[in-house]
Design a protein around this ligand. Structure first.
Ligand SMILES: Cc1cc2nc3c(=O)[nH]c(=O)nc-3n(C[C@H](O)[C@H](O)[C@H](O)COP(=O)(O)OP(=O)(O)OC[C@H]3O[C@@H](n4cnc5c(N)ncnc54)[C@H](O)[C@@H]3O)c2cc1C
Length: 318
């Protein structure tokens, strides 16, 4: 292993950092924790520290600690839109749980109001909101993820989550206590800074018939099952759609369906998905992404932009 590689893989934590983190989180912090199980691709090397945070006070404490120690940190949601490098992530990876997973739904003056924590499961949010008759929630049905990750990505289909956001509370290195934020939602991204965590959200929908909303949602879920390889480990669409075009169509027409690198394969069902057939590495996926991008550029002159976020150290860690 080269000196550069060894340096990129070396933990940034000192013994005293481990002790401090252990003091705050007890068994809820793990050191050298592999990230693959926390991602939908089932790919990714170890985090120096992996801390599961249960409430806003704990999150503020952790962010302050990291700032004081000049320690990089990164927040992971359900890991359904990230490719974590085989060399893992240096510093602290934060996962929200506990109070952050709560979801409350009420109907008020003909509107459906959803209050959800940053790690609330989008499937739970959509199910509860649909039962209350939230018009438009069907657009978010079947999208894996947490509320926080979905806000950052402005997840959606024909309609996007940002359209329904009434209020957002965030916590950050510069302001660790929860505070309201104003965010703009763009196509598959938002103006949230990288070091800002979404801790709470209020969504608002027009109220409609719960039966109609649930039935529309069911139709969309069935369509999704037919058109996407949802049973295999992947991260959904890898590339954003270029203006007025479907990335999947360009990739398919460039002949990439079924291409393989190691155990990573371009889906034969949906060309913008890459499946992990079992033992795929981040390097396999990254190589395939580069091939797909090159093929589309050569064939169509279009430069595809990644939708999935690349995180951590991308080197050959074997
Ligand atoms: C089978 C499949 C189908 C999919 N279909 C769709 C689809 O139809 N439409 C669509 O838009 N997407 C789709 N996706 C992509 C993915 O589901 C969404 O992007 C989802 O919203 C990501 O949420 P997450 O919690 O998994 O985020 P992660 O993948 O964990 O993180 C994504 C980004 O958000 C950040 N983040 C996570 N939590 C927080 C937080 N609390 N505060 C601030 N930042 C945070 C992370 O740091 C990272 O940068 C699909 C994925 C899969 C696997």
């Amino acid at each position: 292993m080269s000196v550069t590689t060894a340096r990129a893989l070396r933990s940034l934590l000192e013994k005293s950092d481990r002790e401090s983190l252990r003091e705050i989180f007890g068994a809820r912090v793990r050191f050298g924790e592999p990230l693959a199980p926390y991602t939908s691709w089932k790919i990714g090397g170890p985090a120096d520290a992996f801390a599961t945070v249960h409430d806003e006070t704990e999150l503020a404490r952790l962010v302050r600690f990291a700032t004081r120690r000049r320690m990089p940190w990164w927040i992971i949601g359900a890991g359904s839109n990230v490719l974590v490098g085989d060399g893992g992530v240096r510093g602290i990876v934060i996962r929200l749980a506990g109070e952050f997973a709560l979801v409350r739904v009420r109907v008020e003056h003909g509107r459906v109001i959803v209050e959800a924590g940053g790690s609330a499961d989008l499937a739970l949010v959509t199910a509860k909101a649909a039962s209350a008759g939230a018009a438009g929630i069907g657009s978010l049905a079947g999208i894996p993820g947490t509320i926080g990750g979905s806000l950052r990505m402005n997840a959606g289909t024909d309609r996007e989550i940002g359209e329904f956001v009434r209020d957002v509370w965030v916590q950050s290195a510069s302001r660790p206590e929860p505070h309201r934020a104003s965010i703009r939602y763009l196509y598959r991204r938002s103006t949230l800074e990288r070091d800002v965590v979404v801790s709470r959200v209020v969504l608002e929908f027009a109220a409609s018939s719960a039966r109609d909303v649930r039935s529309e949602m069911q139709t969309r879920l069935v369509r999704r099952k037919r058109t996407q390889p949802i049973a295999l480990p992947n991260a959904g669409s890898c590339f954003r759609n270029p203006s007025g075009e479907a990335a999947a169509r360009l990739i398919e027409a460039a002949g990439a369906k079924g291409w393989r690198e190691g155990d990573a394969e371009v889906s034969t069902l949906h060309a913008n998905f890459i499946n992990n057939l079992g033992g795929a590495t981040a390097k396999d996926v990254a190589t395939l992404l580069a091939r797909m991008r090159r093929a589309v550029r050569d064939r169509w002159g279009v430069e595809l932009q990644l939708e999935v976020h690349l995180v951590g150290v991308f080197i050959d860690a074997t």
